[in-house]
Design a protein around this ligand. Structure first.
Ligand SMILES: C[S@@+](CC[C@H](N)C(=O)[O-])C[C@H]1O[C@@H](n2cnc3c(N)ncnc32)[C@H](O)[C@@H]1O
Length: 312
């Protein structure tokens, strides 16, 4: 299906106050949706956590940028032994009923074993914590018990007021949805918020989301199709809160970490799905203008996804 059909529907949905929630409904129709959310958030959270060096006995403080529809990731950090987790998003999309369904899946041996192996609590304590959470009658009670502060929508000032000395800052497929101007502000704050010698880990998806699997997927386009267009054309089709992606490659973030004196310990670039090559001569000149110095065109389509492991 031509990607502009999905883009048109998303533009229409933007007119509604609950457009983003409506846009999310097709994904939730899958019977395995809640199980998949738990598996995805758990493994991605653990994968990023394993890449850092941190002393959980100090009850460290974590900040997650971009909560999304689930608090499984901050809850896993809490169960590992983080003393407090702040999770922020521009939209308040977490809901208690969905959380209760997800909790059933998290309460399984495969997850509890891994949390107790990597964290500070024994299996019995983790089971007891999960049992208490199961008894909670509201999301607020869950958040209070796990010492998770969920701020959505948030501002930089609210994070500053809540905490400004983090041991760990992470995000999962969020930066690509943030405009460059706000990314610059956020990265400057990372330098201030992150304690010396502590880590910040971010997984970013670099591809055109209209090529993502689903009923509206455009199977004919390259996963870097969006690099073909001018800013004006792209803004017309995807310049709305539901569809927005910034079309930036790993080079942009690499530069931003360096400018802010944050040391990139490792960058893991991945190609996780079949590729349809986009020739470099198809990349629009507006894309090149996003970079401080002219980028090597080959690099712009080198990775579909990547994880930055960065130390202050
Ligand atoms: C693809 S979802 C990922 C959610 C979650 N991290 C996950 O992996 O399931 C992207 C999320 O980024 C959020 N987002 C967009 N702009 C943001 C910003 N400036 N700050 C924080 N979150 C933002 C969106 O509201 C959305 O919930």
């Amino acid at each position: 299906m031509d990607w502009r059909i999905k883009a048109s529907l998303q533009k229409l949905l933007t007119l509604s106050r609950i457009g983003d929630k409506l846009n999310h409904i097709p994904a939730t129709l899958n019977k395995e949706y809640h199980h998949n959310v738990v598996k995805y958030q758990f493994y991605e959270c653990i994968r990023k956590f394993k890449s850092i060096d941190i002393d959980l006995n100090q009850m460290p403080l974590a900040l997650e940028i971009g909560t999304g529809y689930s608090i499984i990731s901050p809850l896993v950090l809490s169960l590992l032994g983080f003393g407090k987790v702040i999770t922020v998003d521009i939209d308040a999309d977490v809901n208690f009923i969905a959380f209760q369904k997800e909790l059933k899946y998290l309460n399984r041996k495969e997850f509890i074993d891994q949390i107790s192996n990597l964290g500070i609590y024994s299996e019995d304590i983790i089971k007891a914590k999960l049992a208490t959470i199961k008894q909670c009658k509201s999301l607020d009670k869950v958040l209070a018990f796990a010492n998770i502060k969920y701020i959505a929508p948030y501002t930089i000032e609210e994070i500053d007021k809540e905490e400004n000395n983090f041991d760990y800052i992470s995000s999962q497929v969020v930066f690509e949805h943030i405009p460059p101007e706000f990314l610059e502000l956020l990265f400057r704050k990372f330098k201030v918020w992150l304690k010396k010698d502590c880590f910040t880990v971010h997984t970013i998806n670099f591809i055109d989301h209209f090529a993502n699997p689903g009923i509206f997927q455009d199977k004919k386009i390259s996963e870097f199709n969006f690099l073909r267009f001018s800013d004006k054309y792209w803004k017309f089709w995807s310049g709305n809160p539901i569809a927005y992606t910034n079309r930036l490659s790993y080079l942009y973030y690499q530069e931003l970490f360096k400018i802010n004196n944050l040391h990139i310990v490792n960058f893991i670039g991945e190609n996780y799905r079949p590729s349809k090559v986009l020739e470099t001569n198809q990349i629009h000149v507006d894309i090149l203008k996003k970079y401080k110095s002219k980028p090597n065109l080959i690099e712009l389509t080198k990775y579909q996804r990547g994880t930055f492991i960065v130390k202050n």
